[in-house]
Design a binder for this molecule. Sequence first.
Ligand code: SF4
Length: 411
Amino acid sequence: MEKQAPDDSPRSAPPASSLGLYVHIPFCSSICNYCNFNRGLYDEALKTRYVAALRQEIGRGADGRPEGLRYESSDAAPVAQGFSPASAADTVFFGGGTPSLLTPDEIGLIIQSCRDRFDLTPDAEITLETNPETVDREKLERFREVGVNRISFGVQSFQDDELKRLGRIHSASRARAAVREARAAGFDNVSLDLMMWLPGQSVETWLGNVDALVDAAPDHASLYLLELYPNAPLKEEMARGGWSLAPDDDAAEMYLRAMERLERAGLDQYEISNVARPGKASRHNLKYWTDGEWLGFGCGAHSTRDGVRWKNVSATGDYIDRVTSGADMVTERRVLSANERLEEALFTGLRLTAGLDLEAVGTRHETDVWAVYGEALRPFLEAGWLMRDGGCLRLTRDGMLMANEVMAIFV
Ligand code: SF4
């Protein structure tokens, strides 16, 4: 059942040297009843001010730190003071929220700000998360003209009753049409998101969604499990509608059978929740799973660089005020300890089907990984959840269902 990762999936690659840039767009046309992201309702005037603030933040510094701020830590080297010189970046990811609510001109201006501030490589992957309802062919063409080269559609389901239950504004037919429009607009890198284990969803209805996704022929797909936060309005609606979640065993079957179907369709799994055609794995998201570094811009955005992690203030208005007044928009800043960096490399790397190259990670983090964790990991190897493949340690597909248990060893 286990397969090799697509060619472009790094086999426990060393940390990527180029940065990833994440740009958060916190506006949505309506709020889905399960959503716990940092987002709010679209407001034209606020959006205009937000785009200006974003461009200001991007231009402000390659590390987001107010000039003169210095970090000290006993177990991490002090970070250089002040702004860094322009750094190379090879991905830009517009996430949200609904970034496709911005006009193509606004997206183009933000990309230009990235180019002005960073050494953006000519082949940079530039992704726009898109709600199918917010675009048509013309708008997609314009997004492409201003530099977007990867579209990620939040489809979630190909069944209208499921979409309604989730409070989504698009229909299944609009999602199909949007994918066709993206192709017609010239996009050769299209990703679709699907959500699994929805209220009232059976194994068969889920597999119907997977087949519809295969018919839409994307280059990449992400399958997410619906996670309901404590006060999600969907919980109340589930109680009123009498919709329940399928049993855990069914959820496992949904996952395993979906992965088999997607593989048969040429979409190879490269991460627990992600599949892609060869060469189309998400270069941006791989930075999160391979010890990479990234800078996040916008309200609530996280960054990790030089062993320091920081987060911008979450509220949109507060973010705009802080950026425009020259104040520090960062609310949390932390130097990661050597041990935290190792643990994170282990549990994110294990998400990849390529697994962890124990020697490479050990060298990078100056630790004999097997000597430290081998005894705790042995029961998972014996249970068939983990396997050693040459110098690599990886989860089997059955093990991916138990990933949280296995990864708990590292934290
Ligand atoms: S479109 Fe996405 S970000 Fe916006 S409310 Fe729905 S799930 Fe949340």
